[in-house]
Design a protein around this ligand. Structure first.
Ligand SMILES: CSC[C@H]1O[C@H](OP(=O)(O)O)[C@H](O)[C@@H]1O
Length: 359
């Protein structure tokens, strides 16, 4: 069984504090929307899908444990709407929390208008909606794993595939199994994975601290490299592919992902290595026509100048610390792997629109 970033039962939400991994494996209670916002902002929990799931479940837990008899349908509807907008503000780039806020907000407005709706029935509906996100994300990730593994085997032309991946897109970024790491898990389970090279992913070190941890935990053949080693590695690889996750894939296929993804894509293009993005449709935002519209989160300079609280940079030096960059769709040469299948960037919008009609 893979690691659990999120532990939930009705009335209780715990998150694995990822700032402490791999040295310490400690779960923390999330008892309210405020707790959820703080944990997401501090990156105790991170990863586009996990952010949305923890955000919505923090609301579910607060509704279950602090809901009161004085609440009316109107006051509850307002509380849910205000809470969702607040949770969206924790981190702006990943679209999943914003999508969940929009969809859950629409659901609540519809439920509130329903004949016979009560505060209790509305509270129950919101909690169930949030709880359903866990199973859906896990199901989506297994489908992404299957579609991605099959596509790679058909197109890489080798019985065993070597994969380069960036950041963390596994069970620690989702409800389980992972997106890009889900494809890696599927290739490994099918006996078609040669090796995974995971980048350390400065400055938060999701690769060295989280992806390496997941891969070693499951004894998946892996090798850790620094971000600066990627091009030199690519020069010597045969039968390789790059698979990364996404925080926001927009209508033309441009993709916001962890800082460093863009240069990985440039190096892959130069070396003729197919570059894939693995993302559920919940990480796609078809309302934005291109990547120039994506807001890129900038984080505290201490994340660059310090590691585990120890200063590694000269005092007083200026720092630029964007958490993400945008990879243009032209560099996503392998395709975009979703739970509905693998799409070329130009096919994504039509493919997801068509798939959504069948759901
Ligand atoms: C399946 S997670 C997608 C995405 O989220 C990560 O960012 P962060 O660790 O800052 O939340 C990274 O960009 C992953 O690729």
């Amino acid at each position: 069984m893979s690691l659990e970033a999120i532990r939930y039962r009705r009335g209780s939400l715990q998150i694995l504090n990822q700032l402490l991994l791999p040295q310490q494996s400690l779960y923390e209670e999330i008892g309210s929307v405020e707790d959820g916002w703080r944990a997401i902002r501090a990156m105790k929990v991170r990863g586009a899908p996990a952010i949305a799931i923890v955000g919505c479940l923090s609301l579910a837990v607060e509704l279950h444990t602090k809901g009161n008899a004085e609440q009316t349908v109107g006051s509850l509807e307002k509380f849910v709407g205000d809470s969702l907008r607040y949770l969206e503000s924790a981190r702006p780039t990943a679209v999943n929390m914003a999508r969940a806020a929009q969809e859950l907000g629409h659901f609540v407005r519809q439920e509130a208008k329903r004949e016979g709706s009560t505060a209790e029935s509305l509270r129950e509906s919101v909690i169930s909606w949030a709880e359903a996100m866990l199973d859906k994300d896990l199901k989506d990730n297994r489908s992404i794993g299957e579609h991605g593994a099959c596509h790679l085997l058909q197109h890489i032309g080798k019985d065993k595939v070597t994969v380069i991946t960036h950041c963390n897109t596994g069970s620690l970024a989702t409800a389980g199994y992972g997106t890009a790491l889900g494809v890696i898990r599927s290739l490994h389970a099918m006996g078609h994975l040669e090796k995974v090279y995971c980048t350390e992913t400065r400055p938060y070190n999701q690769g060295a601290r989280l992806t390496a941890y997941e891969l070693k935990y499951e004894e998946i053949p892996a090798c850790l490299i620094t971000d600066s080693m990627v091009a030199a590695l690519m020069k010597q690889l045969i039968g390789a592919a790059v698979i990364v996750g996404a925080d926001r894939v927009v209508a033309n296929g441009d993709t916001a992902n962890k800082i460093g993804t863009y240069q990985l894509a440039i190096a892959a293009k130069y070396h003729g290595i197919p570059f894939y993005v693995a993302a559920p449709s919940t990480s796609c935002d078809l309302t934005l026509e291109h990547g120039g519209k994506i807001v890129i989160e900038e984080r505290p300079s201490e994340e660059v100048t310090h590691i585990n609280g120890v200063r590694v940079a000269a005092p007083g030096i200026d720092v630029w610390n964007p958490a993400f960059d945008v990879t243009p769709h032209e560099l996503i040469t392998g395709g975009i792997i979703t739970e509905f299948g693998v799409f070329a960037p130009a096919e994504l919008k039509a493919g997801l629109t068509q798939a959504a009609k069948k759901v």
